[in-house]
Design a binder for this molecule. Sequence first.
Ligand code: AMP
Ligand code: ZN
Length: 478
Amino acid sequence: MKIYNTLTRRKEDFKPLVPGKVGIYVCGPTVYDFIHIGNARPMIVFDTLRRYFEHKGYDVNYVTNFTDVDDKIINRSIKEGIPASEVSEKYIVECKKDMEALNVRPATVHPQATKEIPEMIEMVQTLIDNGHAYEKNGTVYFRVRSFEPYGKLSHKNIDDLESGHRAESHQLKVSGEDEKEDSLDFVLWKPKKEGEPFWESPWGEGRPGWHLECSCMSKKYIGDTLDIHAGGEDLIFPHHENEIAQSEAASGKEFSRYWMHNAFLRINGDKMSKSLGNFFTVRDICASYDPQIVRFFMLSAQYRTPLNFSKELIEDSAKGLERILNGAEKLKGIVDKANGKAVSEAEQSILDNDIPKFVERFDEAMDDDLNTADAISVIFELVRFTNANTDENSSSDYAKGLYDVLFELSDKVLGIHIERASEDMDASEIERIEALIAERSAAKKEKNFAKADEIRNQLLSEGIILEDTREGVKWKKA
Ligand code: AMP
Ligand code: ZN
């Protein structure tokens, strides 16, 4: 598999540290509110990466954190008059519900910053002991100039960074808030302020800096060197640059061999973000659309391509997904008949010769830096092929063979279910819909097409799709 590595700015062949195993760390959300669909992009994309590695036979250790101590959480807790831990615990629960809806599998471990404080204190102490960090009045800073490769991920020059920081740090120095040796230095441990959560440390009561938590949690749950570290592209600098500095200065080993960054989900050309106020929460969107459509939409672009969110594109995704669901439904119909027919020679030849080619092409797309857009095109072709090569005379075992492949690629690897979620509709609702359908059929018989169309459109607006077939009118929920 080839992966675009932000570190080298090239697509490289993926080689795991230990054959057959892969350790992936993905920066997770700061839990102070419901997540928005921009936050869902890395979740869905890297969940798909994990699933693809599993499809290839790897044993995957997938770690993604919750940032549960942060200014935004503290501000929210002050606003609501509840402890910060209550804010974060609440939104972790809500985030997990959204992940489940989007079919993002739980990680191997979901560490939380507040539960890993001893490890963070230990790393800070190591950095002080080896000269990479220093303490000033209860704040511990990382000494950026002591780490020669600083800037290697973001491809920034340390002197350019320094001049950029000068004006800003001058103001801080004047206000007496900053006692850094160098304006580039960043915080590893900060002293508590009144009313904030804090922990005891050798430098007094305080809390860890944001960058530190990912360095510590990835080390604890994966090891000193990760195979892949991932997150949104806004994290390249300073967050990931600082993680590299902390981890490599502490361990003396390479921190991560591959760095993957997803492009933004945009809205009207701007990054979707909380601060711009141009966001939709996952919860809001899933009230209007099946979460599977949202997942399908997210994977319809390769992860390094910016993706614009619009109603039209979501509706295109809904139509695309419908084609897959219909194809799967047709196969399932033949499987469920269990007709006991022997697989014919022609059917066997399709299973042995044609179908593996679709799998190969799907894998080729995914091997090319997780090109889910092309992989979805292969699934469409597979569905077109199975539609054209099955009918009521097909053997159930053959249809099962086709269904299983579609299931593996779409459901297991891309995480896009191929069966419609069964919604329990109460009997009176079904009765009402069927009465309207009967009324429409009567109108058609009387050549009152205007009335027939009116009924069809009314049902459509409720998300009920009618299909005129030889056996009569069939209906389903969109
Ligand atoms: P945050 O809670 O802001 O730290 O974000 C959690 C994750 O979501 C990070 O990996 C961000 O890079 C990512 N993220 C935030 N906004 C977007 C967006 N509009 N598109 C894609 N990823 C995003
Ligand atoms: Zn992180």
